[in-house]
Design a protein around this ligand. Structure first.
Ligand SMILES: Cc1cc2nc3c(=O)[nH]c(=O)nc-3n(C[C@H](O)[C@H](O)[C@H](O)COP(=O)(O)OP(=O)(O)OC[C@H]3O[C@@H](n4cnc5c(N)ncnc54)[C@H](O)[C@@H]3O)c2cc1C
Ligand SMILES: NC(=O)c1ccc[n+]([C@@H]2O[C@H](COP(=O)([O-])OP(=O)(O)OC[C@H]3O[C@@H](n4cnc5c(N)ncnc54)[C@H](O)[C@@H]3O)[C@@H](O)[C@H]2O)c1
Length: 453
């Protein structure tokens, strides 16, 4: 059956859901195509449930700090409460009815199918061929990248989805990959009694961030009893029906665990979207777009599929730009200079813009400073759990911050001011003469500005 509409949105994760709704709100005739759940990875298997799990783990850790600050606290960790909250409050039992209703109430026609391109401005979904007069938005996200480790395929390894839906905390867990997913979930399960080992191939955790961040994450995880193995890779995995055994590079002692969580990055799948029918490379790792999120004539792409950072806020930011462009409204190009991200470990590790190394690699004459939170007034007041630091990366010639990290209690919130500074390129000379509230964690930013060298 052939249908004509204004816009087709393929994939209704955060970016696609926003774009479809906003375009329908603007009066366009929109079809949204979703193969699984309206809302995508973030609300059902990503950001929201993982942060609920982290919140639970953090409460336990705070209780552990009571003896040194306030007396006695006896707590008994119970994963049932976590699983129940994830099921009922985060995911509604992995039911997207409310999200689907919100979208259809805006006038979006929802097709529960797997869509693919069939040429410019044309999408095939099930028995339907849809001609989109204005064009197509691709927002199909990413899925776990499974490394080709011999023996892994065919075993009941976990991805983020199994970890989020876990009915119980396993006795032991081997986490492959020390990126954001690996470190966040490793800490949570460790706090609920699981014996966790993180195996990271590179020489530090959260390796795309500052080295100080990786060191801090390793220290925090170790303090929770996690075994952190960096520069280590599994070369073979066996499963005997009960236990996984991972053989390591270099003949190191094998690791055994009840569960294996694969958290080794995400991949897009452009081939299954038949992007070649629109003249694009199906083997590319991501769909390249211009600053208005155009991937071709009558084709826009937003979210993980664009390769600009797998974050919900990136997907929503790009979706707003694509919507504006589709509606013919002028606006600035996407700008990733001040891309913020937070790894929600305890302590939180927030970062924006470039790391020191990235800035140096760009030939920027760099000045930096690192100020430890425990040495700040608020850090001393806070006491146990005060680990963290503020690191600034300044372009010394222009006198502006091009990157910053704020790690510590509420590190993700402290990041906001640094995000503004990098985005607006406020001169560090002006930032130094601002009034910073006493005694806050973010006063470490003022100290770090004075210490730039
Ligand atoms: C454990 C975990 C924790 C995370 N925590 C955070 C966090 O704290 N903060 C943050 O910013 N980000 C976080 N992320 C990342 C965030 O979830 C993603 O960046 C975000 O969901 C990407 O949005 P998206 O719009 O690209 O689409 P996605 O959420 O990836 O959704 C894409 C949708 O498209 C559908 N689809 C795919 N192919 C087709 C097709 N051919 N036809 C129809 N439908 C299709 C899929 O079923 C899916 O519903 C986390 C991710 C994980 C896994
Ligand atoms: N707080 C957040 O915003 C948040 C939380 C979770 C996920 N995310 C998003 O989801 C994305 C995916 O997360 P992720 O943690 O899977 O990916 P990642 O790319 O952040 O980290 C994957 C890690 O796995 C390592 N690795 C790859 N292959 C390996 C192997 N065979 N053995 C050992 N280590 C190996 C890599 O060196 C890398 O450090 C993140 O990049 C992030 O954008 C964001």
């Amino acid at each position: 059956m052939s249908i004509r509409v204004d816009v087709v949105v393929v994939g209704l994760g955060p970016g696609g859901e926003y774009a479809a709704g906003a375009l329908a709100d603007a009066g366009l005739d929109v079809i949204g195509i979703e193969a699984e759940l309206v809302g995508g990875e973030c609300p059902y298997w990503g950001c929201v449930p993982s942060k609920m799990m982290i919140r639970a783990g953090n409460v336990l850790a705070e209780a552990g700090r009571v003896p040194s600050l306030a007396g006695e606290a006896k707590v008994a960790a119970d994963w049932d409460r976590v699983a129940e909250r994830v099921r009922s409050e985060a995911t509604g039992g992995w039911n997207d009815e409310a999200a689907a209703d919100r979208l259809t109430a805006k006038g979006v026609r929802l097709f529960r199918e797997r869509g693919r391109l069939a040429g410019p401005r044309r999408v095939v979904a099930g028995d339907h061929t849809i001609e989109a007069a204005r064009g197509v938005v691709l927002a199909t996200g990413s899925r776990p990248r499974i490394p080709p480790i011999p023996g892994l395929e065919g075993t009941p390894y976990w991805t983020n989805r199994d970890a989020i839906a876990a009915g119980e905390a396993p006795a032991s867990l081997l986490v492959l990959g020390g990126g954001a997913i690996g470190v966040e979930l490793a800490q949570v399960f460790a706090r609920f009694g699981t014996a966790v080992t993180v195996l990271e191939g590179r020489d530090r955790l959260i390796a795309q961030e500052e080295p100080e961040s990786g060191d801090l994450a390793a220290k925090a995880l170790r303090a929770d009893g996690v075994t952190v193995r960096t520069g280590a890779r599994a070369v073979d995995i066996e499963y005997d029906g009960e236990t996984f055994e991972a053989l390591l590079e270099g003949g190191l002692e094998p690791l055994r665990a009840e569960r294996v969580l694969v958290a080794t990055g995400r991949a897009t799948d452009l081939a299954s979207l038949a992007v070649d029918t629109a003249g694009l490379d199906p083997a590319a790792p991501a769909l390249r777009t211009d600053g208005q999120m155009r991937a071709g004539d009558g084709l826009w792409a937003v979210g993980d599929i664009t390769g600009h950072g797998a974050f919900t806020h990136v997907s929503l930011y790009q979706a707003r730009i694509a919507v504006r462009d589709i509606l013919g409204e002028p606006g600035p190009d996407a700008d990733y200079r001040a891309l913020p991200r937070v790894t929600f470990t305890d302590p939180e590790i927030g970062a924006v813009g470039m790391t020191e190394q990235q800035a140096r690699d760009q030939g920027i004459r760099v000045r930096t400073s690192v100020v430890p939170i425990p040495e700040s007034t608020r850090g001393r007041i806070h006491g146990p759990g005060n680990e963290g630091f503020v690191k600034l990366v300044e372009d010394a010639d222009r006198g502006v911050l091009v990157g910053a990290t704020s790690a510590g209690p509420a590190g993700g919130e402290v990041l906001y001011g640094l995000n503004i500074a990098v985005h607006t390129e406020t001169p560090t000379g002006r930032l130094k003469h601002m009034i910073y509230t006493y005694p806050t964690f973010h006063r470490a930013v003022e100290t770090a500005l004075q210490a730039l060298h």
